[in-house]
Design a protein around this ligand. Structure first.
Ligand code: FEO
Length: 388
């Protein structure tokens, strides 16, 4: 198992198979892992804690790997509670350990741990600072907004390990991992880190100067092979380039009329040779998977009924998510529906126009209640424009 990649760096993270929604919003049917690592040298360092949901399991893992030793240092790379949630449990057990984190993280301690006295324990580090454990030397790399402002990463020089905080993470518990990294890493990336492409690009430039043999993220498997692939795909994602040629057809529907038109659209796109067509029912399917597919492919068709003089709330929510995650550089077609005064097309267009570098196809297909034979020609025309 990749988690046994080193004799001196031990995986002490935990799986969470009981969680329903990660960060209170993301579906994680395969659970989640909160990774943490122990570095054993003349000095002993713990790399991050875990979510408070799993403190006791984590402390048990830590104790087992420590044997008779005690930690000298706790490195806090990220203050989000899925990683920092067991800090106080740690300091209660190991009161002499010193904590290393960014200056921004130091400021967050009182926000998260009201009334806890960390005086004399917190050490702020900056870009390039090092901490020697013996043979192992930790260098700190500032990584603001990946995906909070206080984030840093850590490079261990002797074993060439990058502790990558949230970067290269994925949804899913390690015990459920089947080797398919990209699917849940992509959903994780675009929904959680997606807005911060510029910051990821900055990090990748720094990483290019490092000799990296192993990536230890805070979620998902330790990466030991084929690192060019993972770094390359992060480069594509953070540049907002499409990963694959294809079209997402995302629709909302009340009585099935818009769904019928959207499904016909998907069928036409396939018949016209689209490399891949993904389809999402925004009321029923996982919204975050639809966001993922919007970024994955180079084109999208959105279809929504008119609702209260606006568009259906599910489509509004989807487009709002895309705006937040800075959806850009894609071609988009519009199908609207309305039984008496269809306006959803105009409103969807207005939201798309607020995004960067979106080519909106001029042909808007308007369905009145139900798709007619005469609408097929318009759908064909829209498909041609999408695939051109
Ligand atoms: Fe895994 Fe940003 O926390």
């Amino acid at each position: 198992m990749a988690e046994n990649f080193s004799n001196n760096i031990k995986y002490i993270g935990v799986d969470d198979l009981d969680i329903d929604l990660f960060e209170g919003q993301y579906k994680v049917p395969e659970g989640m892992s909160y990774n943490s690592y122990l570095i054993l040298d003349e000095k002993v360092a713990v790399m991050d804690t875990v979510d408070a949901r799993k403190t006791s399991d984590w402390l048990a893992n830590l104790k087992k790997e420590l044997g008779a030793r005690t930690p000298d240092f706790l490195i806090v790379q990220h203050m989000e509670p899925d990683h920092a949630g067991s800090i106080t449990a740690f300091t209660e057990q190991y009161p002499n350990a010193q904590i290393y984190c960014t200056a921004q993280a130091v400021k967050m301690f009182p926000q998260f741990f009201d009334g806890v006295d960390f005086s004399g324990k917190l050490n702020a580090v900056k870009e390039g600072d090092t901490l020697a454990l013996g043979q192992h030397i930790l260098s700190f790399i500032m990584a603001p907004m990946i995906h909070w402002p206080e984030v840093m990463m850590t490079y261990e020089q002797s074993e060439k390990v990058l502790f990558a905080a949230d970067a290269f993470g994925k949804f899913g518990a390690l015990s459920k991992y089947d080797g398919d990294w990209a699917c849940e890493a992509r959903r994780y990336y675009f929904n959680i880190v997606g807005k911060y492409g510029v910051q990821v690009q900055n990090l990748l430039k720094k990483a290019a100067n490092l000799d990296i043999k192993t990536i230890c993220p805070l979620h998902g498997p330790v990466l030991t092979e084929n690192l060019e692939y993972y770094i390359g795909i992060y480069d594509t994602w953070s540049k907002y380039e499409p990963e694959n040629e294809g079209v997402l057809v995302a629709y909302a529907t009340f009585h099935g009329g818009t769904a019928e038109a959207a499904k016909k659209m998907a069928e036409i796109l396939k018949a016209k040779g689209a490399k891949k067509v993904a389809i999402a029912d925004l009321n029923r399917d996982d919204l975050h998977e639809a966001v993922e597919d919007a970024f994955r492919y180079n084109a999208m068709v959105i279809a929504a009924p008119t609702y209260d003089g606006n568009m259906s709330p599910a489509m509004h929510d989807f487009l709002h998510h895309l705006q937040l995650k800075t959806y850009q550089k894609r071609r988009v077609g519009i199908i609207e529906n309305g039984s008496w005064a269809p306006v959803s097309g105009r409103i969807m267009r207005a939201m798309l126009e607020e995004m960067k570098n979106i080519e909106i196809v001029d042909t808007v297909v308007t369905i009145k209640s139900r798709m007619k034979k005469t609408d097929i020609a318009s759908l064909e025309q829209l498909a041609d424009a999408i695939l051109k």
